[in-house]
Design a protein around this ligand. Structure first.
Ligand SMILES: *[C@@H]1O[C@H](CO)[C@@H](O)[C@H](O)[C@H]1NC(C)=O
Ligand SMILES: *[C@@H]1O[C@H](CO)[C@@H](O)[C@H](O)[C@H]1NC(C)=O
Ligand SMILES: *[C@@H]1O[C@H](CO)[C@@H](O)[C@H](O)[C@H]1NC(C)=O
Ligand SMILES: *[C@@H]1O[C@H](CO)[C@@H](O)[C@H](O)[C@H]1NC(C)=O
Ligand SMILES: *[C@@H]1O[C@H](CO)[C@@H](O)[C@H](O)[C@H]1NC(C)=O
Length: 604
């Protein structure tokens, strides 16, 4: 078994030997939580993996630490001891001292999953100065997750939030808007653009860019007044009720020279620019705000300014032709910069670099770069014999993140149990309020640094007798704070029918780990406190009230007072087909960080 010995740290830095090998745990969480439920089969593979979780550390001390099947991650820096957590969250699980205790611990996680299915909706927290996170309330802040009653039992395709406005796409593909920048009077979300079968949206400073299932890109003003008074395209809809006089003012910004069967599949937006990706891996950009024309090179079209732009509307899309030949797979936009990565694992950045958010040193006085420029990601693995491949890009505010899979050529002889592929997360850009998640507080981080909490994590795959990497499911990067959802072992096989009291360890649901970090001046982390956080941290479960009741119940029943009133941590429910009301739908909880605000919603 893995946890019986120290693993040589050969994977990362061959020369160094582990200085310590601690926290070897006794008992991993049961890996056979599957039972015979129909959903269980295809997840069986996952359960088998959960025998051991290994955290390979990458700090100066190069401690190698084994953590048990709880998958609990902790960073250890020799020079700085790990910070105390604000709330006393659930500890890595040890062998249960009694069945009762075991049940008490697992039932929080189980109930979180069950609740997310029985009670779909939107939880939001952070700044409420624009009445985004609590549209019906005049509170300035919402300090811990709170439901927006309007969305009770509502499933959404997407949600995006800024401090003063928000947009959501409902299950039918209609756009909903709220917040003071939309309307000072509206006290709840209001339908604006309808009947377009929208699938996602992106926010600029004053416009919403929405994408339909067929690949049409709409750009419409945030403000309700502008929507009513602005120019409207002649309606192409055949449904009389949706006639042009009812439609909000908008422009269609789908690229016009797309190939046969090529369509736009993703749109992201900064404050002034949007980036569009097509099904053929081509990238287009356009000015997505109406206040300022992008001037920091974030459009990726060298030499293009307000003066030199082609004839026609200022916000027509242009193809980024310098990326021809690199089939782009992922796109991301910060406030004033853009990142893209191609299917071969290369990454390119363009736009504002004043905080180092383009991620490379260059001997230049220029603080902005208007031509897509290759990030030298292989250099990050110099001397490791690992081949680096960028798997995803994320950006928000003036901060950037990359996920990289570093693999060793199979010829390299490595000890058994040393994985061939390592999944790492790198951060760069502005980090003064902790948003890099690296434990540092820094103005401009221009060379990517590894985020230890999301790098070099492994779990043991018993079936294959090998160690495999734990990857990130995704990151959501707000303007100054962020959230990460881990692709860790999750168990959602148990239907809502089981009563908590009848649960055993073998039929319990577990969600995915979700961690938050960064600026917290508007309580956007959801920790209930206001201090900025520079290392990823857990928060308490969404339904704090229900959790408190549960904790009290457990404490009372077992005759122990405060000690047992332990808070558990929020885990997010992965995609699963479940019954909602009378129908069966595929559902997952997703997190979205905005500007000083955060939401978790039930996504179809
Ligand atoms: C980066 O973003 C933060 C938060 O929006 C801002 O305070 C800071 O001035 C920005 N830094 C630069 C160099 O633009
Ligand atoms: C990007 O910004 C960083 C930090 O300000 C700087 O060190 C680096 O040289 C800049 N890169 C380019 C290409 O200008
Ligand atoms: C980067 O940060 C350092 C200090 O943190 C500062 O002295 C320097 O001027 C900054 N560079 C840029 C380009 O903002
Ligand atoms: C859970 O499953 C394991 C393995 O199948 C079994 O040994 C154990 O008794 C089960 N626990 C309970 C409480 O049913
Ligand atoms: C967090 O960062 C913000 C923005 O820089 C700052 O105003 C605030 O004081 C910081 N909070 C704490 C508790 O340090």
């Amino acid at each position: 078994m893995l946890n019986s010995r120290c693993l040589a740290r050969a994977t990362l830095q061959a020369a160094r030997t582990p200085q310590s090998c601690k926290n070897i745990s006794s008992k991993a969480r049961s890996q056979t939580r599957a039972a015979a439920h129909p959903y269980a089969q295809r997840r069986q593979q996952h359960f088998i993996r959960s025998v051991a979780t290994v955290t390979l550390l990458f700090s100066a001390a190069t401690a190698l630490q084994w953590i048990n099947g709880e998958r609990f991650m902790r960073e250890v820096h020799a020079e700085e001891p790990p910070k105390e957590q604000l709330l006393n969250f659930e500890k890595p699980r040890r062998a249960a001292t009694s069945q009762e205790e075991n049940r008490a611990i697992i039932s929080s996680q189980h109930l979180q999953v069950i609740r997310s299915w029985e009670n779909p909706g939107v939880y939001a927290w952070g700044s409420n100065s624009g009445r985004v996170v609590a549209p019906d309330s005049d509170d300035t802040f919402v300090k811990t997750p709170r439901r927006i009653p309007f969305f009770d039992d509502v499933l959404l395709r997407d949600i995006k939030l800024d401090r003063n406005f928000a947009a959501a796409i409902d299950e039918k593909g209609d756009l909903l808007q709220w917040g003071t920048a939309f309307s000072r009077d509206a006290r709840e979300p209001t339908k604006t653009l309808r009947g377009k079968n929208l699938i996602s949206c992106a926010l600029s400073r004053d416009r919403i860019i929405a994408l339909s299932a067929s690949g049409t890109v709409y750009s419409l003003p945030v403000s309700q007044e502008e929507q009513q008074t602005g120019p409207k395209p002649t309606s192409t809809s055949w449904i009389p009720f949706w006639g042009s006089n009812k439609e909000p003012s908008h422009r269609i910004r789908t690229p016009t020279n797309l190939g046969w069967s090529e369509r736009v599949t993703n749109v992201v937006s900064g404050l002034e620019h949007a980036i569009m990706l097509t099904s053929s891996g081509r990238v287009y950009s356009f000015a997505s705000g109406s206040e300022n024309y992008p001037t920091k090179g974030q459009l990726g079209i060298p030499g293009m300014t307000w003066e030199t732009r082609p004839e026609g509307a200022f916000d027509l899309p242009h193809e980024i032709t310098t990326l021809k030949g690199f089939p782009i797979a992922k796109i991301a936009a910060g406030d004033y910069h853009s990142l893209v990565s191609d299917s071969a694992g290369r990454c390119f950045g363009f736009g504002d670099n004043s905080s180092g958010q383009l991620g490379f040193e260059f001997n230049s006085e220029a603080l902005t770069i208007d031509a897509p420029s290759l990030l030298p990601t292989q250099r990050l693995y110099a001397g490791t014999a690992q081949q680096a491949s960028v798997t995803n890009v994320f950006a928000g505010g003036n901060t950037s993140f990359l996920t990289i899979e570093a693999s060793k050529p199979s010829s390299t002889s490595s000890p058994r149990d040393v994985p061939r592929v390592t999944a790492d997360t790198w951060a760069f850009g502005f980090g003064l309020t902790g948003q890099l998640g690296t434990g540092r507080w820094i103005h401009n981080q221009s060379t990517p640094v590894k985020v230890p909490a999301f790098s070099g994590l492994f779990e043991y795959d018993e079936a294959a007798s090998s160690v495999i990497p734990i990857k990130l499911a995704y990151l959501s990067i707000g303007a100054t704070h962020a959230a990460a959802v881990m692709d860790n072992v999750a168990s959602v096989a148990v239907s809502g029918k089981t009563k908590p009291k009848q649960l055993t360890e073998n039929d319990t649901n577990w969600g995915r780990d979700i961690l938050f970090w960064g600026n917290n001046e508007f309580y956007q982390i959801g920790s209930g406190k206001r201090n900025n956080i520079s290392t990823p941290t857990y928060i308490q479960p969404l339904d704090a009230a229900a959790e408190a009741e549960r904790a009290a119940g457990v404490g009372g029943a077992r005759g122990r007072a405060e000690k047992e009133r332990e808070w558990h941590r929020f885990q997010i429910t992965p995609r699963q087909r479940v019954r909602v009301g009378a129908r069966s739908v595929e559902l997952e909880q997703r997190v979205e960080c905005g500007r000083g605000v955060t939401a978790v919603y039930s996504a179809v």
